[in-house]
Design a protein around this ligand. Structure first.
Ligand SMILES: [Mn+2]
Length: 258
């Protein structure tokens, strides 16, 4: 089978034992990767893969071993892997690049797949509004804060990070269908971006947790929300026919009644 498909997913929130255990979710994600790896040319993990993350110079948080092993295996077999930081895991530095050859993105990315232009971002802090989050992001992305934090003992630092992550949970979740997409900040962001970049065909965002396909302009521009793996197991698959939102189903999720 030729490897010519592009896959995008986001918001695994590994480390968070809600609504089911993180370990169960991790196994489901690895089963999905196992299913797609034969035709996966490139994998984009579009933010909030981890519910909290901080890498120190000499250590990383415990856990996620199965996922990291699977990603290492896929990368070693030639898959191109991209990882975006999200609002929950922005403190990533050189570990993923050095250990896996994964390309780390801290900013939105504009790229072409099958001749079409895509704008890809986790989506936090884009568009109007989201003010309190923008302030938190400013603090978290501040290099002095990162320097000070990295001198905390990991047992304390990671517990603090877990706590901050729980605190920041409220607000950006959307767990029912979006009734008025035009009120979405990310839809407004995409509309204003299109004014200066008419050739952008697709927008892909994580962050909102509810999967959505929305037509910004018929046959000219579409927007996708990737959904999440807490509730939907959703992902975007791109081939020569364009992008399609899909849902992973496996025996593991059936056996847990999902
Ligand atoms: Mn998220």
């Amino acid at each position: 089978m030729s490897k010519n498909k592009i896959y995008l997913a986001s918001d695994f929130h590994l480390g968070l034992d809600l609504p089911s255990s993180s370990r169960e979710r991790e196994k489901r994600i690895v089963a999905w990767l196992h299913q797609i790896e034969n035709d996966c040319e490139a994998l984009y993990l579009v933010g909030d893969v981890f519910d909290y993350w901080f890498e120190y110079n000499e250590t990383i948080p415990k856990g996620c071993t199965r996922l990291l092993g699977k990603l290492a295996n896929m990368a070693d077999n030639g898959a191109e892997i991209h990882l975006f930081t999200g609002n929950h895991d922005m403190w990533m530095f050189s570990y993923f690049q050095e250990e896996f050859g994964i390309r780390l993105h801290k900013e939105p990315m504009v790229t072409h797949f099958f001749g079409e232009k895509y704008f890809i971002a986790h989506g936090d802090g884009l568009g109007p509004g989201d003010h309190s989050y923008k302030i938190i992001k400013m603090i978290f992305s501040n290099s002095t804060c990162q320097f000070l934090f990295h001198w905390l003992h990991p047992n304390f630092g990671l517990r603090l990070m877990k706590w901050i992550s729980r605190k920041g949970r409220l607000g950006s979740y959307q767990l029912s269908a979006i009734d008025e997409p035009e009120k979405e900040w990310l839809v407004q962001f995409a509309r204003s971006y299109l004014k200066d970049h008419e050739d952008c065909r697709y927008f892909v965002f994580g962050h909102r947790h509810f999967p959505m396909v929305y037509t910004l302009s018929p046959h000219l521009a579409d927007l996708f929300y990737l959904g999440d793996w807490l509730h939907f197991n959703s992902y975007l698959r791109i081939d020569e026919n364009g992008p399609k939102l899909q849902y992973f189903e496996d025996d593991l999720s059936q056996s847990t009644g999902k």
